[in-house]
Design a protein around this ligand. Structure first.
Ligand code: NAP
Length: 402
């Protein structure tokens, strides 16, 4: 099988996707990594050449905001699939380019307009008919969360429940990078995400909270109790739609006191702002300027220790009886760095993206139109997680502690 993939975005996640695809020559015959800054692609390509037995990947410069540039690159390289791991802002222009050229599309984060800190699936779901008519597939949100957490939900429903009633996605980063403040993925996207109001699903409607208003000390396997805050996360939107028996769906993420204190200061002094301000004759977006001075997520890996732990805690009914289920993965920052030169947050996103690409290219996942990951068969994906670096564990009928 000699499939061609075009990976767009040479950040932390793009690095892992490129590494993991390069490790599987049987599925990913020809790989091109394209990004705004070509030298970042070249640096990744030469690291892969060294670490993956002389495997060569192609590189290109691309501004994916410009649909015609992506169309031209697709026409030249002729990929079977475009893996978008640039920023959420590029989702729609890249989807447009795939539509124009008739190539399958996938990403790991839903579209967000630059000028409003708001993310939702409506913009991408609106491509359903056009993708279906063109006979191509768009796979949305195939990282860890969304992505693996969506597959975990589908797997639980398929094998263990007749009805899902309560879903809690619990996401801990119990790692330490030794910096006073840094974000684990793109600071601009990360800060926009964690400073917004909280939101969860209960009894058929969304309930809004102040940012970080609701918290809980949640016990994570091999890590112990960590303070976890209820935040809104994008997979909740598609999961409550695709599993309509859910009475409650929430997302929890750990933040240290130190992280939250820095975040409060950043917000209080206006550095989280996304409106441009005029400084010495130049328009500057405070959050983008902040990104430029913060540690780069892709450079945190070297001294990162500890684990991430992300999983789903589910309550529901099977054969008329209530049951519970917990499925999770713990990922070591040190091991992620050893294998791909980056930390576990990028690793846990990039590996599922490669697996999703494998599912499409091997025909295990197919369809015409726009799909969220939980709409597809979870079994082959769960099998690959075991083989590709993100093994999962499960427990049945325990006290979920939620
Ligand atoms: N589902 C999940 O679990 C999950 C978790 C974490 C992250 N994510 C998503 O993964 C994606 C990548 O995250 P990351 O941490 O790797 O971010 P990152 O380190 O900032 O990398 C993004 C890359 O995209 C490139 N890029 C930005 N604008 C571009 C454009 N117009 N054209 C071409 N390339 C462009 C950047 O190029 P330059 O460096 O040249 O600017 C950069 O190399 C984001 O969408 C993020 O939301 C998903």
């Amino acid at each position: 099988m000699s499939n061609k993939v075009l990976i767009i975005g040479a950040g932390g996640v793009g690095r892992v996707v490129a590494y993991k695809c390069a490790q599987h020559r049987d599925v990913f015959g020809d790989i091109m990594l394209a990004s705004r800054t070509k030298k970042k692609c070249d640096a990744i390509a030469s690291a892969i050449y060294q670490d993956c037995g002389g495997r060569k990947i192609k590189t290109a410069r691309l501004d994916a905001d410009q649909v015609e540039q992506t169309v031209a690159l697709i026409k030249k390289f002729q990929p079977d699939l475009v893996i978008n791991v640039a920023l959420p802002y590029q989702d729609l222009p890249i989807m447009d380019a795939c539509l124009e050229t008739g190539v399958n599309y996938m990403d790991t984060a839903n579209y967000e307009p630059k000028e409003v800190a708001k993310f939702e699936y409506s913009w991408q779901w609106a491509y359903q008919e056009r993708y279906a008519n063109k006979g191509i597939m768009a796979l949305l949100g195939c990282g860890f969360d969304p992505g693996v957490t969506s597959v975990y939900t589908a797997y639980a429903k398929k094998h263990y429940f007749d009805e899902l009633h309560e879903l809690d996605i619990v996401d801990a980063n119990a790692g330490s990078h030794g910096k006073a403040f840094a974000t684990n993925f793109n600071p601009e996207i990360n800060i926009r995400e964690v400073t917004q109001r909280g939101k969860y699903w209960e009894n058929g409607q969304w309930v809004e909270t102040e940012p970080h208003e609701i918290w809980k000390d949640i016990d994570y396997p091999e890590i112990g109790p960590k303070r976890s805050y209820l935040i809104y996360h994008e997979e909740l939107e598609s999961l409550v739609k695709n599993f309509p028996t859910l009475k409650r769906a929430r997302f929890w993420m750990t933040f240290s006191e130190q992280y939250l204190t820095h975040l409060r200061v950043i917000q209080n002094i206006g550095m989280a702002g996304i409106e441009p301000i005029r400084y010495k004759g130049v328009d500057i977006v405070p959050l983008q300027f902040l990104k430029a001075v913060l540690p780069k997520p892709e450079e945190l890996g070297e001294n990162y220790t500890g684990f991430t732990s992300i999983g789903n805690r589910i309550k529901g009914m099977k054969d008329g009886k209530e049951r519970t289920y917990y499925v999770w993965n713990n990922c070591s920052h040190v091991d992620a760095y050893k294998e791909t030169g980056t930390q576990a947050v990028s690793y846990t996103t990039g590996v599922p993206a490669m697996i999703g690409a494998r599912m499409i290219l091997t025909g295990k996942w197919s369809g015409k139109g726009v799909f969220n990951v939980e709409q597809l068969d979870p079994d082959p994906f769960m099998e690959r997680l075991m083989l590709d670096g993100l093994p999962w564990h499960e427990k049945h009928n325990i006290d979920l502690g939620m």
